[in-house]
Structure formats: structure tokens, C-alpha cells
Design a protein around this ligand. Structure first.
Ligand SMILES: C[S@@+](CC[C@H](N)C(=O)[O-])C[C@H]1O[C@@H](n2cnc3c(N)ncnc32)[C@H](O)[C@@H]1O
Length: 380
């Protein structure tokens, strides 16, 4: 396996650069990357179909669409699938008019009828918002429920996207914290602003083809034929990172108005965090001793092994996969995620190269450990 550096890429391995880009910034997904990573992976190649099996909020898919390339995205979270689809659709004049008309006439006062119940699995959703915001959000959700067509999706995306700013919740590492000191912004106002911003972006956008296909699914078992894609660009959950069904649980529950979806998302997700079932028997040999000491490491790499085997199956000969990952420190142990994934890839049949994009210091008292973020490039 070759290892090289390209420190120009590090800044694109986070969502930072997506925050200022039209459409990419409709929904803030801290765990996302920037379109430049996808452009880098495409390089001078001319892929016909790009796959992102952990598509998140659709950065790969939107970038592919903007470049006129067909793409397929899969994610275990129905929230991610909804956001990806809504960001990458084409919208007709009628869709846009329906959104404008909603803004002009249907933003109901918060005292309106509220037949929908907001069930959230972690705590009463009321605790996450000032009372006025909670009522406004529910009234808006209720009014959106009466809408139809693609305009409805745009409105719902706008409402989901404002929840962090309208709440007194802070997403802190892997948990949601109610923080009474936090100033929540007025829900109805920021919703209106968001919808206007989406409309502005849509007015600048011409309808592009092909529209990506996005599926709810599991990267460990893709519902795609063999050798059907020629490039994979993706970033899986990081080891010991977060439980997406919890950290985006409020958004997920407002999308479905049900708490059941969180559990289903969790069942589909890669076992990347403590709390999921662990079984060291299944551990890939590349993990070594740390997998016995810290079983979540073994199960994480088992899931990643299955995902990489799937990438191999669906890739054509000559195709490649770019996996954006970060090395982790877990229980004071530095895990070289990029090297282990590259070795697993080689065993499966790929040629592997690691491109280090950034190095960071992890302060895991009493030690400071130098970790890195890389692209694991696997060529078939
Ligand atoms: C790091 S994020 C990807 C972000 C994406 N690159 C973007 O820019 O939006 C990882 C994603 O993997 C999804 N995920 C977790 N387990 C999965 C699985 N088994 N199959 C498919 N997606 C999964 C999570 O829901 C999350 O959206």
C-alpha cells in the first residue's frame, strides 16, 4: 500500500466549504464533506455512474448531477435520503409557485389546530424549544402536511433545517444537550428566510439531468447489480463517532411524526459507536489485538469489510473507490482506520493507496495524539 500526502485536500474533508454553496447548504450536516472532494475523485476520468453508499445529505450526488453524471446514493437514514432527494430533484414552475403561495398565504398563526403529535424517543420534544417556537414549528408542520407534490418536500426540508437554530439544543459530540443559555431564533422568521433562500437558489438553477437515484438501504448489502458503477466516492460513519439516529433524532421524528423511525435507522446503521451489539468472533484479521481489547473496533471493521466487499462487487474493472475517513482515538488507543481499511481492501482484491489530507492533534488527556484524515483509494 502506498501512502502520500496532499494537504490541500484536508479543508474539503469537512462540511465547512459546503456551507457557502447554493443547494449544498440547504441542510447543515456536520459530518458531510465538500463537493471539491468529489471533483478531485472524478479528476480527468469520465465516469458514467458514481455511487455513494453512505450518501448523507447528497454531496456526491449533487456534484455528479452538476457535472452531468449519473449517480446513485444509499443511506441508512430516511432523513438523509429525504434531504438528498429533495436537494437533487428538478422543480417545475408549478412546484415553485406552490411554495411561494404557501409563504404568502398559509403560514398559520401558532394558535392553529394541531392534530399532529410530535413523538420523540429521547425526551419530550417540548423541552427542546421555547414554547412559542415549539407551537410555531408544529403549526408549520401541520400546514405542510396539507400540501402536495414536490413543493411540499421543499417546505419540509426548510422546516427540518431550522430546528437546530430554533431550539435550545446543542449537538455535543454524540449527544443532544438541552442548554438553557442558548438563544433560540424565532422559528417562523427563520423558516421564511430559509424558504426564500431555497427559492433564490432554485431560480438560479436550471433543471439538470440525470436526476440521481437515492435509496434507503444498507451499504453492507446493496441492491445494485454487479459491475454497475465505475466510481465510488463516500465517507462512512467514523469509528466511535455518533449515532445518527440520535443526533438527528429531532429532525427524523419531525419528518415522520413518529419515534419508530429512529430505531429502524439504528438497525440499518454501521456499528460505529458504543452501544451496538458486539461480537469479536466476526472481526477481520487486519484489526489485530485492539479488536479483542475494544470489541466495538472489531465490529466496526466487520461492517466496513462487508461494505468494501459490496463496493468491489458493484464496481466495474478499472473502477475505483474513494473512502474519506478519519483515524480515531478510542479508550486512549490510536486506531489507524485508513491503514486497516486499505489492508482489508487489498485482501478483497483492490490495489490500495492512502492520501493524507490533514493531520490533527487529539487531546486525550494525559496524552496528545497526532491523528489524520485521509482518502483511502481502492482500485479494482
Ligand atoms: C459521514 S456521513 C456521510 C456524509 C456525506 N458524505 C455528505 O457529504 O453528506 C455517513 C452516513 O452514513 C450513513 N450510514 C450509517 N450506516 C449506514 C449503512 N449501514 N448503510 C448506509 N448508510 C449508512 C449515516 O446515516 C450517515 O448519513
Amino acid at each position: 500500500m502506498k501512502i502520500k500526502q496532499n494537504y490541500d485536500l484536508g479543508k474539503y474533508m469537512t462540511f465547512e466549504y459546503s456551507k457557502s454553496k447554493p443547494t449544498h447548504n440547504w441542510f447543515w450536516y456536520k459530518e458531510g464533506f465538500a463537493p471539491e472532494i468529489v471533483e478531485y475523485a472524478i479528476g480527468n476520468s469520465k465516469p458514467k455512474i458514481i455511487l455513494d453508499p453512505f450518501c448523507g445529505v447528497g454531496t456526491t450526488l449533487l456534484t455528479a448531477k452538476q457535472g452531468g453524471i449519473e449517480s446513485v446514493g444509499v443511506d441508512a437514514s430516511s432523513l438523509a435520503v429525504f434531504i438528498s432527494k429533495t436537494k437533487t430533484e428538478n422543480y417545475s414552475k408549478e412546484d415553485i409557485e406552490s411554495v411561494k403561495s404557501f409563504l404568502a398565504t398559509k403560514i398559520k398563526p401558532e394558535e392553529g389546530v394541531r392534530p399532529l403529535r410530535w413523538e420523540f424517543e429521547l425526551f419530550d420534544a417540548r423541552a427542546a424549544f421555547p414554547k412559542r417556537n415549539y407551537n410555531q414549528i408544529l403549526a408549520l408542520r401541520n400546514a405542510i402536511e396539507q400540501e402536495e407534490g414536490k413543493g411540499r418536500d421543499l417546505l419540509l426540508l426548510a422546516l427540518l433545517s431550522i430546528l437546530p437554530q430554533a431550539s435550545i439544543i446543542v449537538k455535543d459530540g454524540g449527544v443532544l444537550k438541552i442548554t438553557r443559555r442558548k438563544r433560540a431564533l424565532p422559528a417562523k422568521e427563520i423558516f421564511k428566510r430559509k424558504v426564500k433562500k431555497i427559492l433564490e437558489d432554485l431560480e438560479q438553477n436550471e433543471a439538470l439531468e440525470p436526476v440521481p437515484q437515492v435509496f434507503l438501504g444498507d451499504a453492507r448489502g446493496l441492491d445494485l447489480p454487479e459491475e454497475s458503477v465505475d466510481l465510488v466516492v463516500t465517507s462512512p460513519p467514523y469509528l466511535n463517532n455518533i449515532d445518527y439516529s440520535k443526533i438527528y433524532g429531532l429532525e427524523l421524528s419531525l419528518l415522520h411524526m413518529s419515534k419508530a423511525e429512529a430505531e429502524e435507522t439504528r438497525m440499518r446503521a454501521v456499528r460505529s459507536f458504543i452501544g451496538k451489539k458486539m461480537d469479536v468472533q466476526e472481526m477481520p484479521p487486519e484489526v489485530g489485538e485492539i479488536g479483542y481489547r475494544i470489541p466495538i473496533i472489531g465490529t466496526y471493521f466487520k461492517d466496513m469489510e462487508q461494505s468494501i466487499a459490496e463496493m468491489y462487487r458493484v464496481l466495474q474493472d478499472g473502477g475505483s473507490t474513494h473512502i474519506i475517513v478519519s483515524n480515531s482515538v478510542i479508550h486512549q488507543t490510536h486506531v489507524l482506520v485508513d491503514e486497516i481499511l486499505a489492508e482489508i481492501g487489498e485482501r478483497i482484491g483492490f490495489e490500495a493507496e492512502i492520501i493524507i489530507g490533514a493531520e490533527r492533534i487529539a487531546d486525550v488527556k494525559p496524552q496528545k495524539i497526532k491523528t489524520r484524515e485521509s482518502i483511502v483509494v481502492l482500485k479494482k
